[in-house]
Design a protein. Structure first.
Length: 504
């Protein structure tokens, strides 16, 4: 297998593992009740409990039990049931369920009371407040309220949901729900799925171009497409569509998991969550931030493409300028302007830009144009040739054991830059690939750590860098023997001069 295919396989493995870990964290939050920073007053918002209009829970209580329910309370006249807690007495953008962790920096929460709607026929919501749609079948709902109502969908099927005029709607999902058609009549509306949603909804057919914002804060959404002339903001939950995600701008934040066919915006595309796109990802500019995992077919922007997370593109990745501080695997990379790399890049084809600067990391490509300029400690392989910057020292690993079947190699060493010592870890497509050493630095320790996988087990080996003076400017060789499994006990991980000690 060629070096760039080996490196690309490593990139894909990083992407898959990152996605698995991210989803696991999303579904199983740790220390769920350790976020309260203040005592919270619970305002019953027209109701009462034990004859009082409010009650207080301390930080200690909240961190132990989460938010309380409203059991034992007196429901306000004209209302049917308690629904949830809100940061506002009349607005529903920030809602919390009983048992949820207490929100930080919040001192008052208000009870939300709702009214049950009919479960079939036609309903026209004209007022503010909360409407509970519980067990509905073939119910048609239109909303023409002048202020933003809260709709609670619980085990319900709607034949249609029609927001009219400039109505804003927040939808809270409980259990399984279906909307056969969502059709916007009007403009400048905001449609929001609440972060307090614990259920699912399948929107079979949608026509939402007129909305100013389509926001998903939580819940599980399946929809035919998200196509709006306004902004699309995905803050949480899981979103699945066989169609396009399109808006004047698209923001996918940490906590959101998106699966779609294509993403398009003429404005800014900002990705902080986990995204899988079967087709093209396109934006006026694209920023893919740390902890982000993006898998797609192709990436295109005429503006700046900034990759700080982990990205796998089956075909071309193209930008006006491209900056990679994370990990990128692609078939080819093209920029009309500069390409700057300080991360891991594996390309099965060509990398082309007005200039290619490698500040650090590992770069593997079949070809480049122009030749890359190396400005920092890095591994650069073009075709089958290691690129060593003229006049630079390098490190070469010499394995003293059979390396057949070994994958995911990495090397860790310490560099002194001025008065600072920096630990550097680089991927190795092959053990023998040469590692450029920034001439403004020097090895602060002669101990070099190598990690690799064999038959699914990670191994660690430590070698000593030996200076070879000729030919000038010299280089280092590091002879290593077979490693020990990483899950064995040892006193210290490399770059310390302390010998690895295995225990039974």
């Amino acid at each position: 297998m060629s070096r760039y295919n080996v490196a690309r396989s490593a990139v894909l493995a990083v992407a898959v593992l990152s996605a698995i870990c991210f989803v696991a964290l999303f579904e199983y939050p740790e220390d769920a009740y350790a976020t309260a920073t203040d005592d919270i007053t619970f305002d019953m918002n027209g109701g009462s409990i034990n004859g009082q209009s409010s009650f207080v829970k301390t930080v200690s209580e909240l961190n132990t039990t989460g938010l309380p329910d409203a059991s034992g309370s007196t429901i306000p006249s004209g209302k049917n049931a308690f629904v949830t807690w809100s940061e506002s007495p009349t607005a529903y953008s920030k809602l919390y369920n009983p048992g949820d962790p207490a929100p930080p920096n919040v001192t008052t929460l208000y009870a939300v009371w709702g009214n049950y709607t009919p479960t079939s026929g036609n309903v026209n919501v004209t007022g503010t407040g909360c409407y509970i749609i519980n067990g509905a079948t073939n119910l048609s709902v239109s909303v023409s309220a002048s202020s933003a109502p809260l709709l609670v969908l619980n085990d319900s099927t709607l034949s249609g949901l029609t927001p009219k005029n400039s109505t804003n709607i927040t939808i809270l999902l409980q259990n399984e729900n279906r909307i056969d058609g969502m059709n916007i009549q009007g403009s400048n509306q905001t449609i929001r799925l609440s972060s307090a949603s614990t259920g699912n909804v399948n929107i079979v057919s949608s026509s939402i171009w007129g909305v100013s914002s389509f926001i998903v804060d939580g819940g599980n959404l399946q929809i035919d497409r998200i196509s709006t002339g306004g902004s699309v903001i995905l803050n949480g939950g899981t979103i699945s569509t066989g169609g396009i995600v399109q808006g004047s701008s698209v923001t996918i934040n940490n906590g959101a998991v998106l699966s779609c066919n294509n993403i398009y915006t003429a404005g800014a595309l900002i990705i902080n969550g986990t995204v899988s796109s079967q087709g093209m990802v396109q934006g006026g500019s694209i920023t893919i931030n740390e902890s982000t995992v993006l898998n797609c077919k192709e990436i295109y922007t005429a503006g700046a493409l900034i990759i700080n997370g982990t990205v796998s593109s089956e075909e071309k990745t193209q930008g006006g300028s491209i900056t990679v501080n994370g990990t990128l695997g692609a078939e080819s990379i093209y920029a009309g302007g500069e390409i700057s790399i300080n991360g891991n890049v594996a390309v099965t084809g060509n990398i082309q830009g007005s200039s290619i600067t490698v500040e650090g990391g590992t770069v593997v490509a079949a070809s480049t144009w122009p030749a890359p300029i190396i400005t920092g400690s890095a591994v650069v392989v073009v075709g089958d040739e290691d690129i060593v910057e003229t006049g630079w020292k390098y490190i070469e690993i010499v394995p003293g054991f059979d390396t057949y079947g070994i994958t995911s190699m990495s090397v860790t060493f310490q560099l002194a830059v001025g008065s600072e010592v920096q630990e550097t870890t680089l991927l190795l497509p092959e053990f023998t690939d040469r590692i450029n050493l920034d001439p403004s630095s020097y090895l602060s320790s002669d101990q070099i750590e190598i990690r690799y996988f064999l038959n699914g087990v990670e191994y660690i080996s430590v070698g000593t860098a030996v200076s070879v003076s000729a030919p000038a400017p010299g280089h280092y060789t590091v002879s290593i023997s077979g490693g020990i499994p990483a899950n064995m006990q040892y006193t210290e991980i490399l770059c310390s001069g302390v010998e690895l000690k295995a225990s039974n």
